[in-house]
Design a protein around this ligand. Structure first.
Ligand code: F6R
Length: 277
């Protein structure tokens, strides 16, 4: 049996191995996993600032990254982390969606991160849920162009939906897909329904970065916490690449880590790890 490839000296809780090109890091607690990713982001921001450069981050919403954002705010307040050199691109937004609506990802990001750090509002990009339907295609191309003009995403933070979606790239999405208007799966809408006061009030559509957009990022860190994510994490890491689980497209990338708590990792089998990567 192949043992996990590494134990981290600083934290006995961490177990890590590589499978299908994905580095899997398992922490005992979601809080420790989140702090570790926040520390990596902070280090990248500082490194870029020392070089006089901007740091381009791809950000996610939902419940999973909240603790990462909380830790970044703490680092800003208590450890002098500046986000003045940070440019952000969010993965997605419901469509249609007004920025001040309770469920808007603009509002989410402001409340969870942006209002509490020194990022310049000009550097924040979130897909616009108010674009008129006839302009969506053009708008999505502009979003792609803006990412390229900024120099590409240095680090993309991802969650994962129970359908295996990354961003809102639901099953059937193509590997080369770019930012576009998509239809949400029923499972995804059901998971979101509590935020909208019922399934019938939950949007059918969203604008999302594509799989291809995500794969252009230089590093990808996917977080998943809780037992309810364990089945899709298992299929994403150990399954074959398939459009029925879009997260499997990450196998090909080369710099992807799945950062998990032990509950989300509970169905993984480290004994099937790649011998080397
Ligand atoms: C959010 C996003 C989605 C979520 C996923 C998991 O911007 O792109 O892919 O990451 O639906 O959501 P939570 O974290 O709420 O379980």
């Amino acid at each position: 049996m192949i043992q996990p490839t590494e134990k981290n000296d600083d934290n006995d809780d961490i177990v890590q191995w590589v499978r299908n090109g994905i580095a899997v890091r398992v922490f005992g607690e979601a809080a420790d996993a989140s702090n570790s990713v926040a520390a990596e982001i902070a280090s990248l921001i500082r490194q870029r600032a020392d070089d006089g450069e901007q740091c381009i981050l791809g950000l996610a919403t939902g419940s999973t990254p909240v603790r990462v954002y909380r830790e970044l705010i703490r680092l800003h307040r208590e450890e002098n982390l500046s986000m003045k050199n940070v440019v952000t691109f969010n993965l997605d937004e419901y469509f249609p969606m007004k920025p001040n609506a309770a469920q808007s990802y603009v509002r989410f990001m402001n409340e969870q991160l942006f209002d509490h750090v020194d990022i310049s509002p000009d550097n924040i990009h979130i897909p616009d849920g108010t674009v008129t339907p006839d302009r969506v295609t053009e708008y999505c191309q502009q979003y792609e162009d803006a990412i390229d003009t900024a120099g590409g995403i240095d680090l993309q933070l991802l969650g994962i939906g129970r359908t295996g979606h990354v961003g809102f790239n639901e099953p059937g999405s193509e590997q080369a897909s770019t930012t576009r208007l998509v239809r949400l799966c029923e499972i995804t809408r059901t998971d979101a329904a509590k935020d909208f006061g019922g399934l019938e009030k939950t949007p059918q559509l969203a604008i999302t970065m594509g799989v291809g957009t995500i794969l252009r990022s230089r590093r990808i860190r996917l977080l998943a916490f809780g037992e309810h994510k364990s089945a899709i994490v298992e299929r994403s890491v150990q399954g074959a690449i398939s459009d029925s689980v879009p997260a499997t497209y990450l196998h090909d990338h080369g710099n992807v880590e799945f950062v998990l708590d032990s509950a989300a990792a509970s169905k993984l089998n480290p004994s099937t790890a790649d011998v080397s990567h």
